[in-house]
Design a protein. Structure first.
Length: 245
């Protein structure tokens, strides 16, 4: 695979993984021309994009953003990055999130985000700056939704719950978490079913291939010869053998 002229770290990464530019761009969820311009140095690799590369491949974002192009490639734990690192990360990404620890981490993260937002708004209220604070927050959410589109049913559920409970945030959050957990369980179940279906198909395919080999004329002839040889060895039938009565 021909390296890029400037030996960008993304080029080193995909060469380590034996991937083409289009393949890595697809894994990262970037338009191909955007990826190509970054690798060729026409666009800067931003910290946000570097973190995306780390999330999808396991290579360290700090390594990608450092200026030394000859530095050793490291993973996010500071150890040497290898193809095995990448495979482990991709396996974890594809793994259905069904465990209690996964759900606990999600709930814990949600609680942390909500706590930070409320703390910021309360501090702004104390300084009589709640209006500009909420305005900035809404604008940030608009930009955030460009990357992570919001599903209206969740918004409607939480907003409806707030109205029903006369603005009691704890009750609304309880209903939101219940809905979130139900959706997470349903999603995990669907992903598990997909994985099981894929494994069943692969197993069936392998079984058919194995059966096809066993049923080939060469193998059938080999088994007949082997069977006759076993009969002769056991003294069953044939010359000098024991003929069943």
């Amino acid at each position: 695979m021909r390296p890029s002229a400037n030996r960008h770290k993304l080029a080193r990464l995909r060469q380590t993984l034996n991937l083409g530019q289009k393949e890595l761009a697809s894994i990262l969820g970037w338009p191909f021309d955007t990826y190509q311009k970054i690798e060729l140095g026409k666009h800067r690799l931003t910290p946000t994009r570097a973190l995306k590369v780390q999330e999808e491949t396991g290579v360290s974002a700090a390594y990608l953003l450092a200026k030394d192009v000859n530095a050793e490639m490291l993973d996010c734990s500071g150890k040497p990055f290898t193809e095995a690192t990448y495979e482990k990360v991709r396996t974890e990404i594809k793994r259905p999130k069904v465990g209690l620890s996964d759900r606990w981490n999600l709930n814990s993260s949600m609680a942390n985000v909500v706590a930070q937002i409320l703390a910021i708004v309360l501090a702004a209220m104390k300084k009589n700056r709640s209006d500009p604070c909420l305005f900035d927050l809404v604008e940030l959410l608009k930009k955030f939704r460009e990357s992570y589109p919001m599903e209206g049913k969740y918004y409607a559920r939480v907003l409806g719950s707030l109205v029903f409970h006369n603005g009691k945030l704890n009750e609304a959050m309880r209903e939101a978490v219940t809905l979130f957990e139900q959706e997470a369980r349903d999603h995990s179940f669907r992903e598990s079913q997909k994985l099981a279906s894929t494994m069943d198909k692969e197993h069936a395919k392998a079984s058919l291939c194995a059966f096809g080999k066993r049923a080939s004329p060469e193998n059938r002839g080999g088994r007949r010869s082997h069977g006759r040889q076993c009969e002769r060895s056991a003294g069953v039938g044939g010359e000098g053998g024991i003929v069943p009565g």
